[in-house]
Design a protein around this ligand. Structure first.
Ligand code: GLN
Length: 313
């Protein structure tokens, strides 16, 4: 089936915003000090159709750091750069069933790989960016993420410095990957590049266009630019299905039947292949680090718009 008319979709997302606006559960992430004080009442929903029509309601132009929602897009860029077989061999594609910053996940895997939706695999993915210096690698990632969004994304310096001062755990993960030959650049520099990647500011509108690009075979439906080949979108969505919401990915798939990806600043994307990209922003998180209102919104819209990939009609 197709999406209902643009008027119906707009009305539906407005109703959905109203329905979940007052939900008051969850808490901001506080292990990155700069995220702890974000206003919890902000709530935006944006849905971009693969036709390029954008629907918005609420706080869709408020900037926030992209955090882990960058991970699927960086994975797509790395698949495009080094090929999907090399990317899977070097990064892994199996879910860990463990929290996003798990060290145990590396120790328990057969070869030190995890998957590019959790920190270990994502830091390894950042280390694979083309370039002969950390600056070149960073420029490659920032440029690629910007093309997904259709505008130049800027670093949130406060968030970046706050996380760099407190990211000893990610530095440890990067070093440990080196002992398995699964770190592909200097671990300290790779962690720095990854932290910059996570500190890029986006809006819910940006994330929705980025998600719609994955839904649209790698062609940004607003700018018309081909960012990555369609085959890479398929691989990225497959890994998102099993690992996009970390240890809660099974519950998420049960509820929505769609690939999704969350981040600790409260952003979340949900991709309906061939149809569109949904993004939400709301900072309070559940225990696994996933936006509470974001999950409620995605579940409701998946049901109401008939987006579940496992439905027979
Ligand atoms: N930059 C954050 C970290 O590495 C991203 C985590 C997340 O969004 N889940 O801890």
């Amino acid at each position: 089936g197709r999406l209902p008319s643009p008027e119906c979709v707009q009305t539906l997302i407005e109703e959905t915003h109203e329905k979940f606006r007052t939900v008051n559960e969850g808490a901001n992430a506080d292990y990155i000090p700069a995220l702890a004080g974000a206003p919890t009442e902000l709530f935006g929903i944006c849905l971009t159709e693969t036709s390029g029509v954008v629907h918005e309601v609420g706080d869709t132009n408020t900037p926030f750091s992209i955090q882990s929602v960058s991970k699927p897009f960086v994975f797509a860029l790395i698949c495009q750069a080094i090929g999907e077989d090399a990317a899977r061999e070097k990064l892994g594609a199996n879910s860990t069933g463990l929290p996003f910053n798990s060290v145990l996940a590396i120790e328990r895997s057969k070869d030190g790989t995890t998957n590019p939706m959790v920190n270990a695999g994502a830091i390894a993915a950042a280390s694979l960016a083309p370039g002969g210096s950390a600056e070149e690698k960073w420029a490659f990632l920032r440029d690629g993420l910007s093309r997904f969004a259709g505008r130049t994304l800027e670093l949130d310096l406060t968030v970046y410095e706050s996380e760099m001062a407190t990211n000893q755990r990610n530095q440890g993960i990067a070093s440990l990957l080196g002992s398995y030959q699964k770190m592909y650049w200097d671990p300290a520099e790779a962690t720095d590049i990854y932290t910059r990647q996570c500190s890029l500011n986006v809006t819910a509108r940006d994330l929705s266009i980025m998600a719609a690009t994955l839904a649209n075979g790698g062609v940004n439906p607003v700018t018309g630019e081909s960012v990555v080949d369609a085959i890479h979108c398929q691989h990225v969505l497959a890994v998102m299905v099993t690992a996009g919401l970390y240890e809660n990915s099974g519950d998420w798939l049960y509820a929505t039947g769609l690939p999704g990806k969350s981040g600790v600043s409260g952003g979340m994307i949900t991709v309906a292949p061939g149809k569109g990209g949904l993004a939400t922003f709301s900072s309070p998180l559940d225990e696994a680090g996933n936006s509470v209102r974001g999950q409620l919104t995605a579940r409701h819209l998946s049901e109401r718009l008939g987006l579940n990939l496992f439905a027979s009609e």
